[in-house]
Design a protein around this ligand. Structure first.
Ligand SMILES: *[C@@H]1O[C@H](CO)[C@@H](O)[C@H](O)[C@H]1NC(C)=O
Ligand SMILES: *[C@@H]1O[C@H](CO)[C@@H](O)[C@H](O)[C@H]1NC(C)=O
Ligand SMILES: *[C@@H]1O[C@H](CO)[C@@H](O)[C@H](O)[C@H]1NC(C)=O
Ligand SMILES: *[C@@H]1O[C@H](CO)[C@@H](O)[C@H](O)[C@H]1NC(C)=O
Ligand SMILES: *[C@@H]1O[C@H](CO)[C@@H](O)[C@H](O)[C@H]1NC(C)=O
Length: 387
């Protein structure tokens, strides 16, 4: 908001006629189609794999709600701000409603074909990006046949025109880096695999465009080196000034550099679509570098977990373990609303809300347009010339 509104203010006083940005109307996104991993999974993983235990979900839903957090995710705040209800997971066959879109994200999904899939040791989600795309193809075609049946069926599926008008959101890539780090590849080897990962991302996004998508909101990947699962498993990694694993974050930064180049390329290849690159990394990193400023504390330490420096690794959040002969359930910290990391891998609702509030203004986007205007495709070039 800051960027746009100050820009508008200055520009308005100078020359109202030549200012298309300020004249832009909010987009009408009737639906969201989301692709990703646990950062935006609203129930896909638990539809197929063992459910999450309490205290997952306790802050907002008062029960586990298919989300890897104590409450809502960034995608939930995105949906809310567009006045849409929570996105149903495509894989969830129980009580789902796809009228306002669908969520194809599942926890531990990768962009590229995973070498091993869950439940194998060190396995990743079988629902990697290409599979999520195939599911989208199914939904797009079959939803219209179902709508034709009328009645309740028509009220469970998106209208045909929604596929073109919808916002398409993406938050995927963290597990491709994780699969490398935990699969015995050196940091340099994982880094060298980045162009291939990003290329595969590009291929899938092009396919989604070819099915009629026109508004794309693409999150970059977060600072993986600040999360307990990396810090605990690679204890000898060199730390930066705030205590994050430096080279692991550098790989994430390289991924983001390549991703941004790819988004610029998509914008050139498909001038009729709007592609917004969103720098989630910087916002998440600010929670680790300046926690107090933003109302947070102990950013590297998991709120729900057990063991070690980062309260991660000895037993998972929600697990039942025996300590000194007594059974305990690994529960939440006292005040998740001031904590950044929920379970050593995922963020708290409070952190997700903070990230949403920062990114929705457009201040961390390229082009710097707010979420509500992410259907406009000429703005980017215009701002590019004038700022
Ligand atoms: C939001 O949705 C409600 C119904 O769920 C509707 O009454 C309201 O007008 C909507 N607001 C906007 C800004 O679209
Ligand atoms: C599905 O959700 C939409 C939007 O929230 C709602 O209008 C519709 O009635 C729901 N369908 C059913 C069958 O309840
Ligand atoms: C990594 O290497 C160790 C030791 O050689 C081996 O036990 C483990 O299975 C390997 N992990 C993967 C994911 O390849
Ligand atoms: C990753 O690769 C890029 C491009 O070759 C290079 O600039 C960067 O320094 C590398 N980073 C790491 C951590 O190896
Ligand atoms: C278990 O016992 C050890 C040694 O007496 C003690 O330091 C630790 O706090 C105990 N743990 C719990 C969870 O009570």
């Amino acid at each position: 908001m800051t960027n746009i509104s100050s820009f508008c203010l200055v520009f308005f006083t100078l020359l109202t006629i030549l200012n298309p940005i300020c004249a832009l109307k909010s987009c009408e996104f009737p639906a969201i189609f989301n692709f990703g991993d646990s950062n935006s999974d609203t129930g896909g993983f638990v539809a197929s794999f063992p459910p999450l235990n309490s205290p997952y979900g306790e802050t907002y839903f008062q029960m586990p709600a298919g989300r890897f957090s104590d409450g809502r995710l960034i995608i939930d705040f995105v949906a809310k701000s567009l006045n849409l209800s929570f996105l149903s997971a495509y894989l969830d066959s129980l009580g789902t409603n796809f009228t306002v879109g669908a969520n194809f994200a599942t926890a531990s999904s990768t962009i590229t074909l995973p070498a091993r899939i869950i439940p194998a040791n060190n396995g990743f989600s079988p629902f990697f990006f290409l599979v999520q795309y195939n599911q989208f193809v199914q939904l797009k075609a079959r939803s219209q046949l179902i709508r034709k049946q009328g009645g309740v069926f028509a009220r469970l599926m998106p209208k045909e025109e929604y596929f073109q008008k919808a916002l398409y959101t993406f938050d995927i890539g963290q597990n491709d880096l994780g699969a490398g780090f935990f699969g015995n590849m050196s940091v340099e080897e994982v880094n060298a695999s980045v162009p291939n990962i990003v290329n595969t991302f590009l291929t899938n996004v092009k396919s989604i465009y070819n099915l009629g998508a026109r508004s794309f909101w693409i999150h970059n990947t977060g600072p993986i080196g600040c999360l307990g699962y990396v810090l605990t498993n690679f204890p000898s990694a060199e730390k930066d000034t705030v205590g994050c694993a430096k080279s692991y974050n550098e790989v994430a930064q390289y991924f983001n550099y390549e991703l941004k180049e790819t988004v610029l390329q998509l914008r050139k290849v498909f001038p009729s679509a709007a592609f917004t690159y969103v720098d989630v990394y910087s916002v998440k990193y600010s929670l680790f570098s300046e926690p107090k400023k933003h109302g947070f504390e102990l950013p590297l330490v998991a709120c729900c977990g057990y063991g070690g420096l980062y309260n991660y690794g000895s037993a998972g959040c929600g697990a039942t373990i025996t300590v000194n002969g007594t059974q305990i359930t690994v529960g939440s910290c006292d005040n998740p609303s001031v904590r950044v990391v929920w379970d050593g891998i995922h963020y708290t609702e409070a952190a997700n809300k903070f990230v949403f509030e920062q990114i929705s203004t457009g201040a961390f986007s390229d082009p710097p347009i707010p979420l509500k205007m992410a259907c406009h495709r000429t703005v980017g070039q215009y701002i590019g010339i004038n700022l």
